[in-house]
Design a protein around this ligand. Structure first.
Ligand code: NAP
Length: 334
């Protein structure tokens, strides 16, 4: 069976997903795309033999679209996901599922009313091999009882439109999901402290920031987020347990040895670092659809991440510890 996919949003990651689904993922074909930037959509469509639609809702309803990938700007996601649920079509929505907890809850309510999962959220780190090794060591008892974790999320630079809030809602939202997945716990409280700003951070951007998360069972995680580190993309994680620790360094792909020195490369951006994770994510999603199953990160994960990210924004703005309150988890996501 070939899954016919429609992609909404053909910017940075949308265009990558179109190419991945068309050239690297087996069992899938991109039949339709939409972007408000019509020329961009047409160029992407032509490249893979798809049709560029004049509107996103027509793409969702199209007969030759079995499943949808959403890669439009975050504020549009909830409405577009709800339309997919309404049409009974599986949807892989890039993070965030919604920009507010209230909108994410609407998605949960629609899925629960339907009685089955259609939504997967694009938290691709769960498909990264290095993170999976960390998770396996936590689950099989190799490090004893997991107690705390140290994480780093650095980007070389961000556009001038990037705000201090986006450090949480766009960047740390990946750590938020990773923490919940690794520890199999919810986050119950967060504190955020901004450093003195880097002189290279644009405007009033508060960068870097240090984030502290407390989990249901009392474990704690700190995250350094620094989106103007300049030297490259650097994502690290160490989980410390009662009997040992497991860590994941930023991978280097090359090393140059010369004149008594060893120089290693740093990934330029998230595309390079998580290339294989995006591929695994898409392949597992398509394989699942062929069997009628959606099993990746759920609407519940998207909801919890949105709520925590917004509480972290609040914590920075108010200079206080913010508590996280979630609704009861529906059995559909247990
Ligand atoms: P982007 O390059 O700005 O692409 C978004 C595209 O959607 C643009 O072409 C934009 O057109 C278009 N668009 C605007 N309004 C639209 C509408 N109503 N319907 C459909 N498309 C519309 O952004 P991006 O970096 O690809 O990010 C897209 C989403 O993916 C974001 O939610 C982002 O957080 C997420 N993302 C996830 C990862 C990950 O690691 N999982 C990585 C990158 C991005 P205009 O430019 O004309 O507005």
């Amino acid at each position: 069976m070939t899954v016919r996919v429609g992609v909404i949003g053909t910017g940075n990651i949308g265009a990558d997903h179109v190419r991945r689904l068309s050239r690297q993922v087996s069992g899938a074909r991109v039949t339709a795309v939409f972007d408000v930037a019509a020329q961009r959509a047409q160029d992407v469509a032509r490249d893979v033999g798809a049709v560029a639609h004049p509107g996103w809702s027509g793409l969702v309803d199209a007969e030759d679209v079995d499943a949808v990938v959403i890669a439009s700007p975050g504020p549009l996601h909830a409405e577009q996901v709800l339309a997919c649920i309404d049409a009974g079509k599986p949807v892989l929505c890039e993070k965030p599922l919604a920009t507010t907890g209230e909108d994410a809850l609407k998605v949960i309510e629609a899925e629960v009313a339907l009685g089955r999962r259609l939504v997967q959220v694009g938290f691709m780190r769960r498909y990264d091999r290095a993170y999976r090794v960390v998770k396996a060591a936590m689950d099989d008892g190799s490090i004893g009882e997991p107690l705390l974790a140290h994480m780093v999320h650095r980007n070389a630079s961000v556009p001038d439109t990037f705000t201090s809030d986006m450090s949480m809602t766009d960047s740390v939202i990946h750590e938020i999901d990773t923490i919940r997945w690794l520890f199999d716990q919810e986050i119950v409280a967060t504190t955020v402290v901004a450093s003195k700003p880097s002189p290279l951070a644009a405007g009033r951007l508060r960068d870097p920031q240090l984030v502290l998360f407390k989990l249901t069972d009392g474990a704690v995680v700190n995250v350094e987020v620094f989106v103007n580190c300049r030297y490259g993309y650097d994502v690290r994680c160490e989980v410390v347990g009662s009997e040992g620790s497991v860590s994941m360094d930023n991978p280097s792909t090359n090393a140059l040895l010369r004149a008594g020195r060893r120089a290693e490369s740093v990934p330029a951006d998230w595309r390079v670092r998580f290339d294989l994770a995006y591929l695994e994510e898409m392949q597992e999603w398509v394989d699942g659809l062929a069997k009628g199953v959606v099993s990746g990160p759920s609407s519940w994960d998207g909801y919890a991440a949105a709520v925590v990210a917004n509480r972290a924004v609040h914590a920075l703005a108010e200079g206080t510890r913010s508590l996280v309150e979630l609704v009861d988890r529906p059995v559909l996501y247990s």
